[in-house]
Each structure stands twice: as C-alpha cells, then as structure tokens.
Design a protein around this ligand. Structure first.
Ligand code: PLP
Length: 275
C-alpha cells in the first residue's frame, strides 16, 4: 500500500515517520483545532472558507497560527496526492507543554500536522438515531475535543446507525459529524447557527446554491416534532456531500430518500461541486 503523505511542523514526510511528544497538548488535553479540506479533480472545494474557519477556530482558543503557512501546506498536500479526489486533514495544536497543566504557558510553539488521503465522494443513504446533545457549549469551534460526538455516535452504531441527530432540550442542533437539513412541503429547513452548531462549509455552500436556484431555505429553531413531519432529511459534510437519511430508528417519521426536493438539492450541489 502507498505511504500516506504528511507534514509535521513544516517537514513533509511519510506519516509513519512522524513522531509526536506525549506532552503535546493535543495528546493530553485535546488542545487543538482542525480542518478537513476536500478536493475534487485536484482542486480544493471552498479552500478559502476552510482556511478562514481554521483561522477563526485558532483565534477562539488563542492558539497562534501562521495561517499563510498552514494554507500553503494544505495546498502542497493536495498537490502531492496521487489521486485527483481526496481530502486533507490539518491540525493545529497549542504545542508541547512539559508541565501538564490546564494553565498553558504563552511561550509554547504551535504544532502543526496534516496528511492527505484519496477519497471517493459517493455517499450512500444513512440510518441515524436521535439523541440528546451532550457536548460542551462551544461546538461552533472546530476543536479536536469530540468525546460527546464519539460517545453518541458509537452508541448509535450499536443500533446499526452511522450517525446521530442531536437535540438540546428538544431543539435540534446537528449530527455527530455533519449538519442537518430536512424538507417539509417545498420548505427546506436547517437549524440556525449558534454556539451549539459547527458552521459547516458544506451547509453554507448548499444554502447559497439553493437560494441562487430560488429554493426556500429557512434557518430557524426546529424540534424533533418538526423533523417527524419531514418528507426528506439529509446530512451535509465535506466528505459526505449530501447524504440522505433513510431512517431515524427512534423517531416516528416518513422519510423518502427519493423525495423530489432532496434529489433536486443534491443535483444542484453535485452539479456545482462534483462535476
Ligand atoms: N458538524 C460537525 C459536528 C462536524 O464534525 C462536521 C464535519 O466534520 C460538520 C458539521 C460539517 O462541516 P463541513 O461541511 O465543514 O465538513
């Protein structure tokens, strides 16, 4: 198998040659932020948006980032990939802290790490489970601290599901690794952004394209009862694109993966970004 191409603190090498310190705050505290940048036909999808979000995530946690350097490294990883389609994972960590303390020193050197993988973007419909959102209060930051998501998604996997739809006090937030959309009549609904939701790049690209096509998208507060009235529902992310939800195992609903509204949305998105 071909070696995975990676970069660590500015040095490009095979992933297997990279060594990290166990005192990296990514290891001890999950004190790091990340991006997943998809590329298709060797061109990054929404490159500037991903770079901007990485800058914002770092700023929210006061992690020093040389954003131009990060952007260059992401570009180089894409160019180095033998496949035209794939994604780059890129992580920025506060640094190696030889005293394990919640209080970080301001003199730490930021640690950066990225790798590139070939990937084929052909999403299948997915079965999901609804569950309580047990995450922290700043899910708008794309941090590597994802234990709430991991716990929920792995409980759902025991019920044969690949994703979850989370709600806080009955208000829908998002999925474990994607944003949520659903259609009721000709209305397309998605939870409005807040501190409880990651501002997904795919979410915003889709909303923009749908509005250009004069489709009605309403970002608002929605409940599980609203979702149970939907004729279609789907998840969005950089690697999934638009993935139809085939079933919500613990919610009465009547979702159709061939619903014309969903198919139209998927068509608009795929024509714009994957053709
Ligand atoms: N929400 C969460 C919790 C995610 O982890 C992700 C992607 O990883 C998304 C939404 C979708 O974001 P994007 O479309 O930028 O990939």
């Amino acid at each position: 198998m071909e070696k995975i191409k990676a970069v660590f603190n500015g040095s490009f090498d095979a992933l297997e040659n990279i060594k990290i310190s166990p005192f990296s705050r990514a290891y001890t505290f999950s004190d790091s932020v990340y991006e997943v940048v998809p590329f298709f036909n060797s061109k990054a999808i929404a490159y500037e948006d991903h770079i901007e979000r990485l800058k914002n995530s770092s700023k929210s946690l006061s992690i020093d980032i040389d954003i131009k350097n990060a952007a260059d490294e992401i570009n180089k990883l894409i160019k180095s990939c033998n496949s035209k389609n794939g994604y780059v994972y890129y992580q920025v960590t506060r640094g190696v802290d030889l005293i394990r303390s919640h209080l970080y020193s301001n003199s730490l050197e930021t640690e950066t790490f990225g790798y590139v993988l070939p990937f084929s973007f052909n999403t299948q419909p997915i079965k999901v489970m609804a569950c309580k959102d047990q995450r922290w209060g700043r899910c708008d930051i794309k941090s590597t601290s994802l234990l709430g998501n991991i716990m929920s998604m792995n409980s759902a996997q025991k019920e044969g599901c690949k994703e979850v739809i989370m709600h806080r006090d009955n208000i829908l937030t998002e999925a474990g690794a994607s944003n949520l959309f659903f259609s009721v009549g000709n209305k397309i609904c998605t939870p409005a952004l807040s501190n409880n939701i990651l501002p997904g790049i795919t979410r915003s690209l889709l909303i923009k394209e749908l509005k250009k096509s004069y489709m009605m998208v309403i970002e608002d507060e929605y409940t599980l009862a609203d979702l149970s009235k939907a004729s279609s529902a789907w998840l969005t992310s950089s690697t999934k694109g638009l993935a139809a939800i085939s079933e919500i195992v613990n919610l009465d609903s009547n979702l159709n993966i061939n619903d014309p509204i969903f198919l139209k949305c998927k068509d608009i998105f795929d024509n714009k970004f994957f053709s």
